[in-house]
Design a protein around this ligand. Structure first.
Ligand SMILES: *Cc1c(COP(=O)(O)O)cnc(C)c1O
Length: 426
């Protein structure tokens, strides 16, 4: 299987390793597979009974069909050693908990697969992953690439502007993970990373690549849990196709679900659920796509005003009329999100993180038969939970231990030449 850019009408094909190391296509588009393989759902659910990793291995083999089977088996076994759970709230709806991985958010599913796969595609040369983060991406990438042979990870984050928990997740691993605490803001971190990618001298001396969320090695494996969820759902309810609500920001998660649907995963409809950053729900109503600057909300991992994966969505559906046949939109205000967290605790004795609470609200609004994706553990958003229900969520032992470990990072000015020297000396 090869890949091409959403913006390229001539469909110039790229091999997997090239597409993966480029991240974004040279024309600014996003990589998509040259064809969409069809799955055998019976086989998927048989394998899902064995383990998530076995099922993921089968699905990955259909798309990454020129990677040896044994390599894929090893990648999924190392990437997927944690639980996934469909928590039913009543007979017809539940939360698909995708936050039982090491960084307590669904991004582990993409980042860990990418980390393992990159290690295999890059068997011979040293490679440095360079990424800027405002918090959550950095922890998922650090976790995903931790101990991957031949790969160093350099993460830039703004001094004093990430939460103590996020900082602990990036700075307590050590080994091949190199956190840089930059005297500046997130924009400075992004500018520095961009400067390194534009520095031809540096690039001739050092292999660097990014690991951002549009990378196909992060995007494609996010389609696998939709298959797993379908098997859990149909086993429990006897129903064939479910309503699937996806709390969305950059729309990588939901477009991965749409890819799963095209591969043969049954679905009744998707609900694209957003916070106040509602460009896509608005587009579904008006047919006009108007990207804009993001606004800050209590579900801040979804604060995106110009979702990158919009192009993949339009690649999958063609136009808004076709999109509307399978997708509806929903958006929630901060006040509604906080109320929902309170209501979920009162009615179901369950603490939901703010992003998943958007899913709950959309599920209620559309009176779904199905599930919403629960994208993060409430433990990551203690301040918001406290604001909603008056107390902190329980913090899992693994997270508490990380918080207590010594944080090791390098302080750095927001200077191109300092960063370049650092990278060359690594
Ligand atoms: C990244 C993230 C989202 C949004 O996912 P997209 O793929 O960007 O739509 C939702 N919730 C949490 C907790 C996240 O970290």
């Amino acid at each position: 299987m090869k890949f091409y850019s959403t913006r390229d009408a001539s469909k110039k094909l790229f091999a997997l390793a090239d597409a993966a190391f480029l991240g974004l296509a040279p024309d600014g588009g996003l990589f998509v597979p040259e064809r969409i393989p069809q799955v055998d759902m019976r086989r998927v659910c048989e394998l899902a009974e064995v383990s998530y990793a076995d099922m993921a291995g089968y699905l990955a083999g259909l798309i990454f069909d020129d990677v040896p089977e044994a390599t894929i088996a090893d990648v999924v076994r190392k990437a997927y050693d944690f639980d996934i759970n469909l928590h039913f709230f009543d007979q017809k709806k539940g939360a698909l908990e995708l936050f039982h991985g090491p960084t307590f958010a669904f991004k582990d599913f993409g980042a860990r697969f990418m980390g393992q796969m990159t290690g295999r595609l890059n068997a011979t040369d040293g490679l440095t992953i360079l990424t800027a983060t405002s918090g959550d991406t950095g922890s998922a990438v650090a976790g995903g690439f931790y101990n991957v042979p031949g790969v160093d990870v350099v993460i830039l984050y703004p001094d004093g502007k990430v939460s103590p928990l996020q900082e602990a997740q990036m700075t307590t691993l050590g080994g091949n993970i190199h956190p840089l605490r930059v005297r500046g803001n997130f924009d400075d971190c992004q500018r520095l990373v961009k400067a390194m990618f534009n520095d031809t001298d540096l690039r001739s001396r050092k292999r660097i690549t990014s690991a951002n969320s549009i990378n196909l090695l992060r995007w494609i494996p996010q389609s696998f849990y939709y298959f797993f969820a379908h098997c859990l759902w149909s086993a429990f309810t006897g129903c064939e196709a479910a309503d699937i609500v996806v709390p969305s920001g950059n729309y990588g998660n939901i477009t991965a679900g749409m890819l799963a649907a095209r591969m043969g995963m049954p679905v009744r409809r998707f609900v694209a659920a957003s916070n106040a950053n509602d460009v896509v729900p608005e587009f579904l109503i008006t047919g006009d796509y108007k990207p804009r600057a993001s606004v800050r909300t209590v579900a801040n991992a979804m604060d995106v005003g110009a979702p990158s994966n919009f192009e993949r969505m339009m690649w999958l559906y063609g136009d808004v009329e076709n999109l509307r046949t399978q997708v509806v939109g929903f958006s929630a205000t901060d006040a509604e999100i906080l109320d929902a967290i309170r209501e979920i605790e009162e009615k179901y004795d369950y603490i939901s993180d703010p992003h998943s609470a958007v899913g709950y609200l959309a599920a209620k609004y559309y009176d779904i038969e199905g599930y919403w994706l629960s994208t993060a553990s409430p433990a990551k958003f203690g301040e918001v939970i406290e604001k909603a229900v008056g107390h902190w969520p329980e913090i899992p032992a693994a997270l508490r231990e990380r918080m207590e470990k010594e944080r090791v990072y390098t302080m750095m000015d927001a200077s191109d030449s300092d960063l370049k020297d650092y990278l060359l000396a690594l």
